[in-house]
Design a protein around this ligand. Structure first.
Ligand code: KIV
Length: 263
């Protein structure tokens, strides 16, 4: 039995996909039924995102999401995901120092079934990521627009627009790879900056609102099904035009793999 058959997609397979130029198709999910549909439709990474604070709980940010919320939704998703890698967000203030980060990442893996944890990061989180990685915890570092900083940012604007800001984000990406991150997720940065990061680091780079030149794409499930409450992000696309949710997800996977999405 191959490793992929017994454990599903892991860090090594993601790296191999990016090296052979195969795009990585990612979506969020928060429950068992959708996890099964996504897994069977060929989604490579299922993210149990703290966006659940908005799309499941109805809040206007991710700040109120707790560790218990993440563990609950993660355990629902991980039971039904056989092939896709299950990545789970560490919620707001659950990784403010090394001990807290190790304790909470352990809970996400042991109680929630996470196979990788994601945290919003700059170079400031390098030591935390270094320790997590040394302990065998796969890490995705989320750069660019970091929604947990909404009350500092004052809005969800594109990041890295001027030369200095772009250079800071590039340096963050380099430091976080060096610290041991296995995957980068870049949200709402300029497309040239995303391309530059992708060319500079050797780990896969997943984009959301960051243009085509990433190793993979991610969207929030509700946004591709056209059931987002409030305003749908401009970079999202409604795929529910094909008659069934299964077909919509399959169309999304096919467009990410072929490069037809994003335009
Ligand atoms: O929480 C989430 O769903 C995310 C995606 C927007 C990438 O981080």
């Amino acid at each position: 039995m191959s490793l992929e058959a017994s454990y599903g997609i892991g860090v090594r397979e993601l790296s191999a996909m990016s090296k052979r130029g195969e795009k990585i198709a990612c979506l969020t999910a928060y429950d068992a039924s959708f996890a099964q549909v996504l897994d069977q439709a060929g989604v490579d990474i299922i993210l149990v995102g703290d966006s659940l604070g908005m799309v499941i709980q109805g809040h206007n940010s991710t700040v109120s999401v707790s560790m218990d919320d993440m563990i609950y939704h993660s355990s629902c998703v991980s039971l039904m995901s056989k092939r896709a890698l299950v990545v789970v967000d560490m919620p707001f203030m659950s990784y403010s120092n090394i001990d807290q980060a190790l304790f909470n990442a352990t809970r996400l893996m042991q109680e929630g079934g996470a196979q990788m944890v994601k945290l919003e990061a700059t170079q400031r989180q390098s030591e935390i990521i270094e320790e997590m990685s040394a302990c065998g915890i796969p890490v995705c570092a989320h750069l660019g627009l970091r929604p947990q900083y909404i009350h500092k940012l004052g809005g969800y604007q594109r990041q890295g627009k001027d030369i200095e800001a772009a250079e800071d984000i590039l340096q963050d990406a380099i430091s976080l790879e060096k610290a041991g991150a296995d995957l980068l997720l870049v949200e709402c940065i300029t497309h040239p900056l995303a391309a530059k990061i992708q060319q500079t680091v050797s780990i896969p780079v997943i984009g959301i609102g960051a243009g085509k030149d990433c190793d993979g794409q991610i969207l929030v499930l509700q946004d591709i099904l056209g059931i987002t409450a409030g305003k749908t992000p401009s970079f999202a696309k409604n795929y529910l035009t094909s008659g069934s949710i299964q077909m919509a997800i399959e169309d999304y996977v096919a467009e990410v793999k072929s490069g037809a999405f994003p335009r």
